[in-house]
Design a protein around this ligand. Structure first.
Ligand SMILES: O=C(O)[C@H](O)COP(=O)(O)O
Length: 265
């Protein structure tokens, strides 16, 4: 008991605390280059391997330790957490899964191949849906084969009916993530060491909020799967000490950022 109190006191005396953000591993939909959003696609075999050999391996190499984990209600984020914690030998950690950390809802684009869509509507239109801050895909309707799976997913039962999205822009995601960011920030300032495992647009929403980026700046950010991203905060002021640091091989990280930015084949 004294040991736990002493560890907590020691941590409060430390002036900074780190937050680690990770985008989930490659999903079955990423692999097939399909818009995924709120469809609950599991990790691909490659995604499980990324969680092990990219996320967990880099976190272990850097000797990172955590007290608590945040993830979304989507299984690709939860599965990534489970692989990481198992590899780090800390599967006992508390996990908060919050629907507000779900990926951006891609509306009626859900399940459509990104390249096929670019061939039909042009690359500019597809990149506008993907990255423009106010790019709003058409709302999902019953003609979409994933409509009922998403609407009836028991994992989403905590979503208030009035807030259940049919499509979302990045601006709408930033709005839904903002209150969770305030909760995360409180934890950081208490000295709790957090691992946050989320999705591409949600990681970008958090980065925008943390760095107070402009809309133009965040539109250019692309998040590689499973590369740990670290922010260092001053505990007292809640302000950042420096910028975002990626953990891992820089050449690999640059290659994966370019892959995510592109529409793909
Ligand atoms: O939902 C998806 O399709 C992906 O998680 C993100 O895709 P994007 O890079 O095209 O936004």
């Amino acid at each position: 008991m004294w040991k736990i109190v002493k560890t907590k006191l020691n941590r409060l005396m430390v002036k900074s605390n780190q937050l680690v953000l990770v985008r989930h591993g490659e999903s079955e939909f990423n692999l097939k280059n399909l818009f995924c959003g709120w469809h609950d696609a599991p990790l691909s075999a490659g995604g499980i391997e990324e969680a092990r050999s990219v996320a967990a391996a880099n976190l272990n190499r850097a000797k990172m330790t955590f007290d608590k984990v945040y993830c979304s209600k989507l299984c690709r984020s939860r599965e990534t957490v489970e692989v990481i914690l198992s590899e780090m030998k800390c599967s006992f950690l508390p996990i908060v899964s919050d629907w507000r950390l779900n990926e951006r809802h891609y509306g009626n684009l859900t399940g459509i191949n990104k390249r096929a869509l670019a061939n039909e509507y042009g690359e500019e239109m597809v990149q506008c849906w993907r990255r423009n801050y106010d790019g709003l895909p058409p709302a999902i309707d019953t003609s979409n084969i994933y409509y009922y799976q998403i609407a009836n997913n028991p994992a989403f039962q905590e979503v208030p009916p009035t807030e259940f999205p049919l499509t979302e822009s990045m601006r709408m995601c930033v709005d839904r993530v903002s209150p969770v960011w305030l909760e995360i920030k409180k934890d950081i300032q208490k000295g709790t060491r957090l691992l946050v495992v989320v999705h591409g647009t949600i990681a970008r929403s958090l980065i925008k909020l943390i760095e107070d980026m402009t809309e133009e700046q965040i539109e250019k950010v692309n998040i590689p799967n499973c590369v740990p991203m670290i922010y260092d905060f001053n505990i007292k002021t809640g302000k950042l000490n420096g910028g975002l640091k990626y953990l891992g091989d820089l050449e690999y990280i640059e290659k994966m950022k370019k892959k995510v930015a592109a529409i793909g084949d």
